[in-house]
Write a protein that binds this ligand. Structure first.
Ligand code: PGA
Length: 242
């Protein structure tokens, strides 16, 4: 069975000096029980690929443009990140949906271009609403179907689905375990026979990670703040069991 994923999203944090010291800590660590992916800011890609060379840690991007190339000032293409050894790309993070106004149509195009270049998308889905299980179908499952539109089943199974309710991100409260359990099984049902890894993100810490990891069909965790503290990250990694 594939290892479960532990993904760190550093967002727009860290100076160059702090990044060097954090990468140094990660590069010296061994993570045996999970596949570790670090999604670092674009400007630190070169540093990260040098530091992580030879380690089992995979490099990830926090976003990329939905076109392959062209006059898109300030943007980065899937091919550019691939050239730095990047393997994973976050798509549709709630902060990009909110601040960059990314919609389902753009997210669908990004998925297509990322898959075309053999990168692995980490598609974040959540909801603006305070998700209770009543409105989950319209708030999460319907938009997910639109975002996956036109992507054939064999490629869909390569997409990591990250359930990250907006209200749990950068907050003090993670989503209740009952909500995560139900959502993971509802999303899995959408995929039929070839279910992709379905992971959870939103205020995960070393104090609550075990509860999520106890869900047998959860494919891993996505960490924001906890990925900026190597010792906290390593504590969470220790909680994974093969
Ligand atoms: P957080 O961020 O762990 O700081 O809540 C999670 C995320 O944005 O993916």
């Amino acid at each position: 069975m594939a290892l479960r994923l532990l993904i760190g999203n550093w967002k727009m944090n860290q100076t160059k000096a702090c990044t060097v010291s954090l990468l140094n800590q990660f590069a010296q660590a061994n993570f045996f029980n999970c596949e570790v992916v670090l999604c670092v800011p674009f400007v630190f890609f070169s540093l990260a690929s040098d530091f992580l060379f030879g380690s089992s840690i995979k490099l990830g991007a926090q976003n990329c443009h939905h076109e392959e190339f062209g006059a898109y000032t300030g943007s980065i293409s899937a091919l550019m990140i691939k050239e730095f050894g990047c393997e994973y790309v976050i798509v549709g993070h709630s902060e990009c949906r909110k601040y960059l106004k990314e919609d389902g149509n753009v997210i669908n195009k990004k998925l297509q271009v990322i898959l075309k270049h053999n990168l692995k998308p980490i598609l974040c889905i959540g909801a603006d609403l305070h998700v209770d299980l009543e409105n989950f179908e319209s708030a999460v499952l319907m938009p997910l179907k639109t975002e996956l539109c036109g992507i054939p089943p064999d490629l869909r199974s390569k997409i990591v689905i990250a359930f990250e309710p907006n209200w749990a991100i950068n907050s003090v409260h993670a989503a209740p375990i009952t909500v995560v359990a139900r959502v993971v099984s509802d999303i899995a049902n959408l995929f039929g026979d070839s279910v992709p890894p379905i992971i959870y993100g939103g205020s995960v810490t070393s104090s609550n990670a075990l509860e999520f990891l106890a869900l047998p069909n959860l494919g891993g965790l996505l960490l924001g703040r906890a990925s900026l503290d190597f010792f906290e990250f390593a504590k969470i990694a220790e909680l994974f069991e093969i």
